[in-house]
Design a protein. Structure first.
Length: 95
């Protein structure tokens, strides 16, 4: 019977928080792409909510001491939101 070796509790808590952050970001992305609404400008509200979740995950990464990952995410997340908004605004989809 194999037992899982538990490292120090701090690393376990860090791993759990990072997994929760990753799940939140993925769920936010799925929510933007999957759920449709009849309101005209609801896409921009969805991007705003996703941006708030991104910033919460960046703060969690900073608290956990993952400075390089937080910096990369801090730089790339706004570009991603801007690209999504541009694609929606200039897309071929009827508004």
């Amino acid at each position: 019977m194999a037992f899982i070796e538990v490292a120090d509790p701090v690393s376990l808590v860090k791993s759990i928080i990072l997994m929760v952050c990753a799940v939140l970001v993925v769920l936010g992305g799925i929510g933007i792409l999957r759920y449709k609404d009849d309101l005209e400008r609801v896409m921009y509200a969805r991007i705003h909510i996703l941006g708030l979740a991104d910033m919460a995950c960046i703060l969690a990464l900073l608290v956990l001491g993952e400075f390089l990952l937080a910096a990369a995410y801090f730089i790339l997340a706004p570009f991603n939101a801007h690209a999504i908004a541009n694609a929606y605004y200039y897309g071929e989809e009827e508004k």
